[in-house]
Design a protein around this ligand. Structure first.
Ligand code: FES
Length: 85
């Protein structure tokens, strides 16, 4: 049986990223996943500040960090990376 690829989404929950937009971005991600029936191939996590505050809010998808992520950008990333059910 082929392994299901896992999309890893990690949202910076440090105070700078959180207050500058990730508090909303995490809600957008949760709503998106819920609307898609929570695809099992998505791992959603948070992490503490990693020192890139100036370019935040930061979101990491599959190991690549995306900067200045707002709700429009996150929807675009989700549409690109989350496998369709
Ligand atoms: S708070 Fe996100 S990198 Fe510092």
């Amino acid at each position: 049986m082929p392994e299901i690829p896992v999309t890893s989404i990690t949202i910076c929950m440090g105070s700078s990223c959180f207050s500058r937009g990730n508090s909303r971005n995490i809600e957008v991600v949760q709503e998106f996943l819920k609307a898609q029936n929570l695809p099992p191939a998505v791992a959603l996590n948070g992490h503490l500040c990693e020192g890139h505050c100036k370019s935040g809010p930061n979101v990491t998808i599959n190991g690549k960090i995306y900067h200045e992520v707002d709700p429009i950008v996150i929807i675009g990333l989700l549409n690109h990376f989350v496998p369709k059910p």
